[in-house]
Ligand binder design. Structure first.
Ligand code: 0CN
Ligand code: SF4
Length: 331
């Protein structure tokens, strides 16, 4: 067979609740306060999303010294360290925190257990902003482990009070393997009550596991910086299906599709559906005649916006604008 015949769409794929919320925070801040709105780090790891917000007046920075006094600043979905939070406060910015609530949950757990005298092993990828943010909740006492080999190298000061936390966007299978090695070396280690890997990461990986054996090629829409998107490509590859990750439809190469009958398509948690649609159009142009969405878990989770950016669904007014006559509590 020369050309692709069918596109199989993974479900769920694409935006998660934390990404939806983070983008909405920047958009609402732009509407309410006007441009420019400063954002520390890419709000989510996606080129299209970042360019779109740049066009609307967002300015993305890495260093707080690049933010002018009095500016409005948004923290990205990946979270920030205590030092960054304190510096931003000290500089007097008006801050909106777009850290995903599921990342904040890990921060809260670290702070709580640290109070009880715990030391930590963090499973994650070195240099990733979420890892910097979570490890930066404490001055010391968090040891990063990136893989099974790294477990043997950890040197905790004590082992009676040792807890594990993880990045939210890891490979579920790799994390389980690393966790097993941690458990083998430190049998009394405290594990997260519920996995720190988030529901969206878990569900997108499960969908790829279901899809990969049914297709000849997997295409993942996602940016190179996106941890969860990379894990989807890697997973398909590990399952024996050739897999490519593309930032946009322009990156698709016709030769990938030669001799391929069925193409599986998915998208990372930070990749917008419009890019998936553009990829579908391109694959259709290469010969695909049908598109079918697989059955999958329906995600209904939604996170509330921070105070000051909420809008009342009934009135369309910002909650903080409601007068005592028209409404009760302001937030
Ligand atoms: O791609 P993302 O912006 O981030 P990572 O997968 O690199 O962590 O997706 C949103 C996830 C978060 C936090
Ligand atoms: Fe939150 Fe998970 Fe989405 Fe990251 S991938 S923003 S942790 S829901």
């Amino acid at each position: 067979m020369k050309h692709p015949q069918e596109v199989l769409l993974a479900a769920p794929r694409g935006f998660c609740a934390g990404v939806d919320r983070a983008i909405e925070i920047v958009e609402r801040a732009l509407e309410k306060f006007g441009a420019p709105i400063y954002v520390r780090h890419e709000i989510v790891h996606n080129t299209y999303v970042v360019n779109d917000l740049k066009a609307k007046g967002a300015i993305f920075i890495e260093e707080l010294s690049d933010v002018p006094p009095g500016a409005t600043l948004v923290f990205s979905a990946h979270g920030v360290s205590k030092a960054v939070q304190l510096e931003a406060q000290a500089r007097g910015f008006s801050i909106f925190d777009a850290t995903c609530p599921l990342v904040t949950k890990v921060h809260v757990e670290v702070a709580k257990l640290a109070q009880e005298g715990y030391e930590f092993i963090m499973i994650g990828h070195k240099g990733h902003p979420e890892v910097e943010g979570t490890m930066g909740q404490l001055d010391h006492g968090i040891h990063l482990v990136e893989d099974v080999a790294g477990v043997a190298l950890v040197k905790p000061l004590q082992t009676e009070r040792l807890a594990v936390v993880t990045q939210t966007t890891l490979s579920v299978d790799d994390a389980a393997e690393i966790m097993a090695a941690v458990r083998a070396r430190f049998p009394s280690v405290r594990e997260p009550k519920q996995q720190d890997i988030c529901y969206a990461t878990q569900n997108r990986q499960d969908a790829v596991k279901l899809m990969s054996p049914q297709v000849d090629l997997v295409v993942v829409v996602g940016s190179p910086t996106s941890s969860n998107s990379n894990r989807l490509r890697e997973l398909a590859d590990k399952l024996g299906t050739t897999a490519y990750m593309v930032d946009s439809a322009d990156e698709l190469r016709p030769e990938w599709f030669t001799g391929i009958a069925r193409v599986g398509l998915t998208a990372g948690a930070s990749a917008p559906e419009i890019l998936v649609r553009q990829v579908i159009e391109r694959i259709k142009a290469l010969g695909a005649v049908s598109v079918r969405t697989m059955d999958g878990i329906e995600e209904t989770i939604k996170f509330p916006l921070p105070k000051g950016l909420k809008i009342d669904a009934a009135t369309g007014l910002e909650l903080s604008q409601r007068s005592p006559e028209t409404g009760s509590a302001s937030h």
